[in-house]
Design a protein around this ligand. Structure first.
Ligand code: APR
Length: 309
């Protein structure tokens, strides 16, 4: 049986790390695509030269030709421009929408059966554009945001308590922006409620830091946005699909009535398996959580209403 195939559209900061992670995990063969000539080929060659050290057979191929993504099982899209200091994710909309149009065309024409995971920002709009432009079913087009936002939440809690990040369970819903909704009530240290371990003020400070964590990294790097953690989060999702793991992870999923939203993508807990998003879980939210979710929905709806697909 042939190894599975993951195509990475965008061989920039995130794409390069994604290719490395797939090779290190021996998860699949990789096609690394970019419009810039030489970069995907160079990164592919560099990673292939590390395969002996990784003890991996996962081959990485760099390309500028969409025909090479044929028969991909999973496509992950990071094509686009990242933020610079002072920019919000929403500031990227126009530029990245033009790029997503090209990518959707390439994916639709060359691997119409693939599961597509989008990371390009502003995420909730880009993933909707990808769904509409490819015409793929909602189960097969979703976005990465919540796995990373939750991982950031887990890290800050682990750091505050001096416990292993592996034992921290956390959930972040909503759009991938300042209106994201970290849910402390659903956060625990291996079942021990967060609220019994930290004060309300300490939790509020962590929630605020989670919401601004991407911007904190941008402010420090100055030349781009986070790339290792988004790469890791997206490969975790690809792994869930390729190995039909039935993971329960927060994903930007297409809503049709869930959480009171319709026709938009929003971060919600989802079951990820071979079919992509196989189920959406509706959590019971308290009044203030519901209000935050509503604000996030309205923010994304407003962004979406400003574009034509
Ligand atoms: N088709 C394919 N790739 C493209 C296209 C296109 N039309 N236009 C640009 N790209 C490529 C760039 O050449 C670049 O290599 O997308 C890559 C983006 O890489 P970086 O600029 O390094 O950005 P990165 O940090 O990887 O982030 C990519 O993910 O998290 C989001 O906000 C982030 O939208 C940004 C995206």
């Amino acid at each position: 049986m042939a190894r599975p195939k993951i195509s990475l559209i965008g061989a920039g900061q995130i794409g390069g790390v994604q290719a490395q992670l797939v090779a290190q995990r021996k998860l699949a063969d990789v096609v690394l695509f970019d419009v810039v000539e030489g970069v995907p080929q160079g990164k592919a060659l560099d990673i292939n030269h590390a395969l002996a050290g990784f003890q991996s057979e996962s081959l990485v191929t760099g390309t500028n030709d969409y025909r090479d993504i044929a028969d991909s099982d999973v496509v992950i899209v990071t094509a686009g421009v990242p933020r610079k200091p002072g920019m919000s994710r929403d500031d990227l909309l126009e530029t990245n929408l033009g790029i997503i149009r090209q990518v959707a065309e390439g994916v639709k024409a060359n691997c119409p059966e693939a599961v597509v995971i989008v990371l390009s920002n502003p995420l909730d709009v880009m993933v909707l554009a990808m769904k509409k432009l490819t015409g793929f079913p909602k189960q097969r087009v979703f976005g990465q945001a919540g796995v990373l936002d939750s991982a950031r939440f887990r890290f800050f809690v682990a750091e505050a308590l001096g416990v292993s990040v592996r034992d921290v369970v956390a959930m972040v819903l909503g759009g991938h922006g300042d209106t994201m909704v970290p849910l402390p009530r659903y956060c625990s240290v291996n079942g021990i409620p967060l609220r019994s371990l930290l004060s309300d003020d300490e939790i509020a400070a962590i929630v605020k830091r989670v919401q601004g964590a991407g911007g904190e990294v941008v402010g420090l790097l100055k030349t781009g946005s986070a790339f290792v953690s988004p790469a890791e989060a997206s490969i975790e999702m690809a792994d869930a699909v390729l190995l039909d793991r039935k993971r329960v992870l927060p994903c930007a999923a297409y809503l049709e009535g869930e959480y009171g939203a319709s026709g938009i993508y929003m971060g919600v807990p989802a079951l990820l398996g071979a079919g992509g998003v196989e189920r959406i879980f509706e959590l019971e939210l308290e009044k203030d959580e519901q209000a935050q979710m509503q604000a996030s929905i309205e923010h994304v709806e407003k962004l979406v209403s400003g574009i034509e697909l």
